[in-house]
Design a protein around this ligand. Structure first.
Ligand code: PHE
Length: 460
């Protein structure tokens, strides 16, 4: 593996903290701050949270270890990584290709939601929110944003522009630096907001909602928790593999993966501890769905003391989280072009960034009355945006998860697998941990994911 060991120093993280910040930055995103609170709200709280945590520990973490490990071992982007560990033309490279495709698709609609965040940040700065306790006005404000072609395209352009600039600057000078500062700022802002949340009258009911057993937990909730655990940890599409490929050969995989999963979970729970007290304090239910942070939260916060500053801080936080995730998605696709086609970073980042930008335009038009919005809804029951989200979250991510598990569990040379698991990690050297991990990647994870997919197809 001499060629692999020769990867240039500038193509490695400067420190393992840098890797953890970048990977946690990828994991912590709209999934934690926008989606987790609203699905927790919709699924009744406590039991859903507990089940989600189990999914993270039992299934998510082992797959994260597998992905980071493949990256570190091969020092390659997703497609090349599978080729290297099997054969140049092996079918396993399809797992990598699927990942690249999924990453491109996810970023194309992720950028639209992040764009809504940018618009709300702008409104928080200029003070453009409706006056008083007027829920309808807040709903109208959000609806008109979702429907506006001009605003969606404008904010999408800005968000993708920033993402491309960070990736153009490379691993050390761009992604790692941005992640180090971004994650630090994010934790400080989240801590500040959590303290604020703890002073509100809705704090205790919120804690109870989050941690007490609840009764409206169903099969569907369980599957939603599992799917979201994957999405939230950025698993199944080769993003963690790509970031793992910038580790040094003997960096700790198991320990750093645990740190990343912990950071991701703290932010998801933290976001609930910020949002639910705000909602409860003005008598709103947390089950509002996707509009929770765009309708209920501004409505509630602006009625509370210090609300305007709180709102501004919240949207800065949301954007930091979204940007570090978007950067990881673009980097994965860019590393494929650099590694498999030999392109320069500048060419790869601008071409891939431009392509994803264009692919995002139908999503930007999905709230409108044209073909990509109302037209497709009539034809297939979903707008372009909904279809992209559905396809990637419900199919591509889980499929990638199965592919990675099966590859590591059954195809990879057993000696290499043991060696790589233990290399550089004190925890990884504990033999019980290794056998447990192997059991999960070989059996548990493929079986559970197939069950989820069958359920999605309407089999049970
Ligand atoms: N984990 C990110 C989030 O929670 C989304 C993401 C998924 C990023 C897959 C990269 C890869 O928002």
């Amino acid at each position: 593996m001499t060629e692999q060991e020769n990867r240039k120093a500038s193509n490695h993280w400067r420190s393992s903290i840098g890797f953890i910040a970048a990977a946690a930055g990828s994991a912590v995103g709209l999934g934690n701050i926008w989606k987790f609170p609203y699905i927790t709200g919709q699924n009744g709280g406590g039991t859903f949270v507990l089940f989600y945590l189990l999914c993270i520990v039992i299934l998510g973490l082992p797959i994260m270890v597998a992905e980071v490990m493949i990256g570190r071992t091969t020092q390659s982007s997703p497609v090349r990584a599978f080729q290297r560990l099997s054969a140049p033309n092996s079918g396993w490279q399809v797992v990598g290709m699927l990942g690249v495709f999924a990453g491109i698709l996810i970023l194309s609609f992720y950028s639209i939601v992040a764009g809504w965040g940018l618009h709300y940040l702008f409104l928080s700065i200029v003070g453009g929110f409706p006056q008083g306790n007027n829920p309808q006005a807040y709903t109208d404000l959000f609806d008109s944003l979702v429907q506006s072609v001009r605003l969606n395209i404008w904010w999408h352009s800005l968000f993708m522009g920033i993402t491309i600039v960070v990736v153009l600057r490379g691993i050390r000078g761009g992604i790692e630096k941005f992640a180090n500062w971004g994650m630090l700022a994010l934790l400080i802002l989240l801590g500040g907001l959590a303290v604020y949340g703890a002073t509100l009258p809705g704090f205790l009911p919120a804690v109870k909602f989050l941690f007490a057993f609840s009764d409206n937990f169903t099969w569907k909730s369980a599957l939603e928790a599992l799917g979201h655990a994957f999405f939230s940890l950025s698993l199944g599409i080769g993003v963690m593999l790509t970031y793992g490929s910038y580790l040094q050969r003997h960096d700790d995989v198991v320990g750093t993966s645990i740190a990343i999963a912990i950071a991701d979970t703290i932010v998801a729970i933290g976001a609930c501890l910020v949002l639910f007290p705000i909602a409860f304090s003005v008598g709103l239910e947390p089950s509002a769905g996707p509009g929770l942070i765009f309708i209920n939260i501004p409505l509630a916060l602006l009625q509370l003391p210090w609300g305007r500053i709180g709102l501004l801080v919240f949207f800065v936080l949301l954007l930091l989280a979204a940007l570090t995730s978007a950067v990881s998605l673009l980097e994965m696709a860019v590393s494929f072009l650099i590694d498999s086609l030999g392109w320069s970073r500048t060419l790869a980042a601008s071409t891939m960034g431009g392509f994803i930008y264009l692919l995002g335009i139908p999503s930007a038009l999905s709230g409108g009355s044209g073909f990509f919005g109302a037209g497709l809804k009539q034809l297939i029951g979903m707008s372009w945006f909904d279809a992209a989200d559905y396809l990637s979250s419900n199919w591509l991510l889980p499929l990638g998860g199965i592919g990675i598990s099966l590859f590591i569990g059954w195809r990879l040379n057993p000696q290499l697998r043991t060696l790589e698991f233990q290399d550089g990690s004190r925890l990884g050297s504990k033999s019980g941990l290794y056998s447990g991990w192997l059991l999960v990647v070989r059996w548990l994870s493929p079986i559970v994911i197939v069950l989820v997919m069958l359920y999605n197809l309407g089999f049970f």
